[in-house]
Design a binder for this molecule. Structure first.
Ligand code: AHR
Length: 865
């Protein structure tokens, strides 16, 4: 399928002239070129690369052999192993920094999974194949290492010819008929005499390539073998096999196989993935993390110096995301990649703070850590006469690399992070005043206490992260408009609609990008996260580009970013959007099933009464049986002497829903906590145990009562109001009341109001506009969430519109849950149409579920500014 199709202007003109049915949604976008405009940051669109989800190893980095240097089982430094009953280990720090009490230490919530050590991983990727009659064994050894970087190698004892050593790659090696693969491995023959036969095979053992034969005899030195394998068939699950036709004991290390790489670079990249990244035309690249930068211990935080030099001499490191990095894509390769893509480098330095807030390098001993960062900068941009600049030149790159930003750490919540940041910043600015120093924030919002410690004047730009759920962007369009302007800029270093990977997420991301573009005085840079994921090991739920050994695809959000990047105005213009039909305030947004429940708690209920919106009693239950209720969604429910009992304390939540739904009205019930951690739940607008609104008494381990949500009603935003602190006592009968109208709800405990909340219909249309300085083109971006096409009028009165043809780049889907996939990678790609421009009022039809970019030829308005 072509990525763009051209639909003649005439067809669109006809479409635009159709008479709209009375209920068809419309929009009017009024653009005021004479009002003051804001700059749109020219560096807004960047990318963020982190070793997560096998983004590099088993992904972007071309290496096909998994665990090529047999180091996967080397435990991360600074950690000790505590055995668990299932044979894995829980990793703990060997020691804590001075002043941190031992009993305060625990692996950080919610990342306990990242401290698991599985000893079975040490030979991951490798297996031994013994043909009938052949005998042999393999084991890891630390004897006779190949070089200082390699602490382990594989010892093979071949007792009879024909033993095969197989590597299955990263969930298969993609063999493509006709392609030539570069083979390289190191062998210490030991007592072995015979031939090593190397080839690609299928899972069933069929040979899929030419063969490299190497004959060796006994020796005690390491020898490098190189060759190439030409694939004779295509198989995404191919394996690499070394067959030992001989007898003896030998050692192997660094067994490597590379496919044809991107731009044919040695030690290079997987072409399809590199092309996806290049396609985004990033203006900067953030690297290497993310949490990856922080490490669990100081010792395992990445050290850029160990990622330099020959790939065979890089030790690699166990990473935060639970696998070892080869560092084949190291600091130099990163800088090189930035240069190739004409992107600025944004290097994230270890701040001396690990992922655990307590585990900080003592501030008064931070100088060596700061120096490590200064050295990294020197390597990137220092003169060739400097120590690290000379090394760069020695590696064939005397010219400085485009390093423009250095970020200090990643997501450190304590206020004291400000002091660490300040130390780094001072040292960096003293030597490299041109470097912009990025201050890291946390998951969302600002780390204001840290900012206060530093002072606004000492901040260039802060990196705020935004992993947001459905509807957030739609209900927060003014988020940056309301943001404090304190002299520094914002970098949204990790953002994503993080709930679903589908077209609805892409629409939300488009709105988020509009929010950033129109606040260019504040928001300077942004990068989606995570960017890459191997579908066989997703460490994160929602990612932008996914792949297996041979296939790849980009989610819809990728194309939104691409289209926005390619249609980047220089200034954003004042834009007023009006839509029809208006939301009907009488739509009962909270209507639905109601019910009772509990969270890890045994409870009793009695005297349930339900009233409709007019105050009429419509259901009265004194619990003789459960006939008025659906089969329980969860929990253990029974009735006894007019009391409803829920006894399961492991379930969260226990849920029992009435058969009869409630549109608006009131629920009252008496309730008693019998045992367990919390209090009671009153459900409303409930679909099932995964989607409901609820009054939560004794929430969060019995700390407070509030109206909360687990998933909002379709096309709505939930806005929680006040909550009331205080526990629910055991054994005491309480009177619970929940009242809700079309869009408002209130919660009462013993007659006292403890909480309220609203549900608002979300807008279903968003638009922004901007202008390019060089040719005056007006660029309108519009997102239509509606299932109907929207007849839209651009009002450009006052603009020197040039009569002719406008371009309409449209990205649309048949449904909000639609997306691309491995099987159908280009199902949803943008297409292009044209529309006639005959004056300053332009009619266009915006398709259902779509993101549009409308380019209107106009004369530059700059002269009038
Ligand atoms: O992008 C995935 C992770 O999310 C990053 O490592 C971290 O910075 C964030 O919490």
């Amino acid at each position: 399928m072509p990525h763009f199709s051209l639909i003649p202007a005439i067809a669109l003109a006809l479409l635009g002239m159709q008479t709209a049915p009375a209920d068809r949604p419309t929009a009017r976008i009024q653009i005021d070129v004479s009002a003051p405009s804001k700059p749109v940051s020219q560096n807004l669109y960047g990318i963020f690369l982190e070793e997560i989800n096998h983004a590099f190893d088993g992904g972007l980095y071309g290496e096909l052999v998994q665990n090529r240097s047999f180091e996967e089982g080397v435990p991360p430094p600074g950690m000790k192993m505590i055995p668990k009953p299932d044979g894995t280990f829980r990793m703990e720090l060997q020691s804590l920094p001075p002043g941190v009490p031992q009993d305060k230490w625990d692996m950080p919530w919610p990342w306990n999974g990242n401290s698991v050590w599985d000893p079975k991983r040490e030979l991951i990727g490798w297996s031994l194949q013994k043909a009938p009659g052949s005998a042999g064994a393999m084991d890891l050894t630390e004897a006779n290492p190949m070089n200082a970087a390699s602490s382990r190698s594989l010892k093979l004892t071949i007792d009879s010819p024909g033993v095969g050593l197989v590597n299955r790659g990263y969930w298969g090696i993609a063999a493509k008929s006709g392609d030539v693969y570069s083979l390289r491995y190191f062998v210490r023959p030991g007592t072995f005499r015979g031939t090593i036969r190397t080839e690609l095979i299928s899972e069933s053992g069929k040979v899929l390539s030419s063969t490299v034969n190497t004959t060796i005899g006994p020796a005690t030195t390491w020898r490098e073998i190189k060759g190439s394998l030409k694939a004779t068939a295509t198989d995404p699950k191919a394996q690499l096999r070394l067959t030992f036709d001989g007898i003896g004991t030998l050692q192997l290390d660094w067994v490597s196989l590379f496919p044809p790489t991107w731009k044919s670079q040695p030690n290079g990249l997987r072409p399809d993935l590199a092309e996806y990244l290049a396609g985004l035309k990033p203006s900067f690249i953030r690297f290497p993390g993310g949490c990856y930068v922080e490490g669990l211990s100081f010792e395992m935080a990445p050290d850029w110096r160990k990622t330099l030099g020959l790939p065979t001499e890089r030790p690699g490191m166990w990473g935060y995301w639970q696998y070892r990095s080869t560092d084949g894509f190291g600091f130099h390769e990163y800088l090189q990649f930035c240069e190739t893509l004409k992107a600025d480098a944004l290097y994230v330095a270890f701040a001396g703070m690990t992922v655990h807030p307590e585990n900080n390098w003592p501030l008064d001993k931070i100088d060596p850590v700061v120096q490590q960062t200064l050295d990294a900068i020197e390597y990137a941009i220092g003169p060739v006469t400097s120590k690290w600049g000379a090394l760069r030149a020695q590696r064939g790159h005397p010219k400085p690399f485009p390093l423009k930003y250095v970020e200090i750490g990643n997501e450190h919540p304590p206020a004291i992070y400000g002091d660490y940041y300040a130390r780094f910043r001072k040292a960096i600015k003293a030597k490299y005043p041109q470097i912009q120093v990025v201050m890291s924030m946390f998951w969302s919002g600002l780390n204001q206490p840290a900012i206060d410690r530093v002072g606004d004047a000492n901040i260039d730009i802060v990196d705020e992260h935004a992993y947001r759920g459905s509807g957030w962007a739609r209900s927060s369009f003014d988020y940056f408009d309301r943001y404090p302007r304190n002299g520094w800029g914002i970098y949204m270093g990790e953002y994503a609609h993080n709930q679903r990977a589908d077209f609805s997420a892409a629409l939300d991301d488009s709105v988020f990008l509009m929010m950033m573009e129109r606040n260019g005085d504040l928001v300077k840079m942004a990068s989606y996260a995570p960017l890459l994921a191997n579908v066989n090991k997703r460490d994160w739920g929602v990612n932008l580009i996914e792949f297996d050994s041979s296939r790849s695809f980009a989610h819809a959000s990728y194309y939104v970013q691409k289209v926005f990047r390619e249609n980047h105005p220089d200034r954003s213009l004042k834009t007023t959007v009006t839509t029809t039909p208006a939301a009907d305030p009488k739509t009962p947004l909270m209507a639905g099933k109601i019910g009772l429940g509990a969270w890890n708690t045994a409870t009793e209920f009695k005297e349930l009464r339900v009233y409709d919106g007019t105050g009429k009693l419509i259901h009265s239950d004194d619990f003789k049986d459960l006939s008025a209720f659906d089969t329980p969604q969860s929990g253990t429910w029974s009735v006894k002497n007019g009391v409803l009992q829920q006894t399961d304390m492991r379930v969260d939540p226990a849920m029992l829903l009435l058969k009869q739904p409630l549109t608006t009205g009131k629920i009252t019930v008496k309730a008693r906590r019998v045992d367990g951690r919390e209090g009671f739940l009153l459900f409303f607008n409930a679909e099932n145990r995964d989607r409901f609104l609820f009054g939560n008494y004794g929430a969060n381990g019995n700390e407070f009562s509030a109206i909360q949500e687990r998933g909002v009603p379709e096309d709505c935003a939930f806005r929680g109001g006040r909550s009331t602190p205080g526990p629910i006592e055991k054994g005491r009968w309480y009177e619970l009341t929940l009242v809700f109208t079309e869009s408002r709800s209130e919660l009462f405990l013993d007659g006292k109001r403890v909480s309220d909340a609203r549900v608002d219909k979300l807008p279903s249309f968003f638009a922004t506009a901007g202008q390019r300085d060089n040719d005056g083109t007006i660029i309108v971006k519009a997102t239509n969430y509606s299932a109907q096409a929207r007849e839209t009028e651009l009002d450009l009165d006052g603009t020197d519109v040039l009569k002719g043809v406008g371009r309409h780049i449209v990205y649309q889907a048949a449904s909000l849950s639609d997306d691309n996939s491995l099987e159908n990678p280009t199902k949803l790609v943008p297409s292009e149409r044209t529309f006639p421009v005959t004056g300053s009022r332009i009619k266009v039809m915006l398709p259902p579920f779509s993101v549009s970019v409308l380019r209107v030829p106009a004369r530059s308005n700059q002269a009038r500014q």
